[in-house]
Design a protein around this ligand. Structure first.
Ligand code: PDD
Length: 285
């Protein structure tokens, strides 16, 4: 069962108008919330990021934080599997015509659609993945989790065609992020990642990795990272709600470091897994 505009319906019964502004313009925002053992992880933070995305596109939030939490928990309860990836989006609704400026008095479309959470297997974690790179040709508001995902679609397809899992993006000689992940580098035992700005999505997993590094005394710098640093890094990783901490062992066909998953990727993933089992699965955050 998914949730659409006030009702819980089977996916095959979920219908929206062909004139929904989400379809016509990608005029909306979304979230992906990981759920472990039926406990949504950092729900308040995801709801706050959704609220920030909505505010940035001038769309009134249709629900309070408490209402969102209730709806999401109800969707989670209605599934017959425990670990979930809850996708949700809010569009500017169906204005009945194709006109660019905001319509007045139109109800937003709210969709909450869960799926099974598929995280990398132990074998994938141990082997790492390959990535391509590309110029970051997205817009200048990448902090908004916008439904306009054509760049992501094109870049991930280009990666897939080359047997790669992600596309690492650079803008003006600097690392921005992955097509659907944040990116960290390691050099000489020190982790570095770009600071939050309008050029990257403020990842919930990114925040957690930084917190875990700080809590466990692992050296980490939040600072601009150049393309040259990425290409000469000892380690490179991607982080996201579904990929967790996943090492990139080859970039554009060139080995990263010695071409194997590095010690800090292993350390941070181990800290992440401990946190997941002891905190997330117990619903403590
Ligand atoms: N993507 N950067 C981009 C561009 C993303 O699309 C994502 C997440 C992230 C990581 O954010 P978080 O740690 O909060 O998942 C960074 C989701 C998973 C997606 O689009 O499916």
């Amino acid at each position: 069962m998914l949730y659409l505009n006030g009702q819980f319906v089977r996916p095959e019964d979920a219908k929206i108008s062909a004139l929904d502004r989400g379809c016509l313009f990608g005029d909306g925002v979304y979230e992906v919330i990981p759920v472990y053992s039926r406990h949504p992880f950092r729900l308040d933070e995801h709801i706050a990021r959704l609220d920030a995305s909505l505010a940035s596109i001038g769309l009134a939030n249709p629900h309070t934080a408490a209402e969102w939490a209730g709806l999401i928990r109800e969707v989670v309860r209605r599934q017959d599997y425990d670990d979930q990836s809850v996708y949700l989006h809010v569009t500017r609704g169906n204005a009945g015509e194709r006109d660019f400026p905001f319509p007045e008095g139109v109800a937003p479309t709210v969709l909450i659609n869960p799926a099974r959470l598929v995280t990398p297997s132990a074998a994938q974690k141990a082997a790492g993945v390959r990535a391509i790179s590309h110029a970051d040709f997205r817009w200048l508001r990448c902090d908004i989790k916008s439904l306009n995902l054509l760049p992501t679609v094109l870049l991930r397809e280009a990666a897939r065609r080359q047997g790669c899992a992600e596309c690492v993006m650079f803008r003006d000689g600097m690392l921005s992020e992955g097509a659907a992940s944040n990116v960290f580098v390691v050099k000489d035992g020190v982790i570095a990642c770009p600071p939050k700005s309008h050029l990257i999505l403020p990842g919930i997993t990114y925040d957690l990795v930084i917190e875990l590094a700080q809590r466990h005394g692992v050296p980490l710098q939040v600072r601009p990272v150049s393309e040259a640093e990425v290409r000469s890094a000892d380690e490179l990783w991607m982080t996201s709600s579904t990929k967790e901490v996943l090492a990139i062992v080859e970039l554009d066909g060139v080995a990263v470091g010695d071409g194997r998953v590095g010690p800090l990727a292993q350390r941070m993933d181990a800290l992440y897994q401990d946190f997941k089992n002891q905190i997330m699965r117990q619903g403590k955050e």
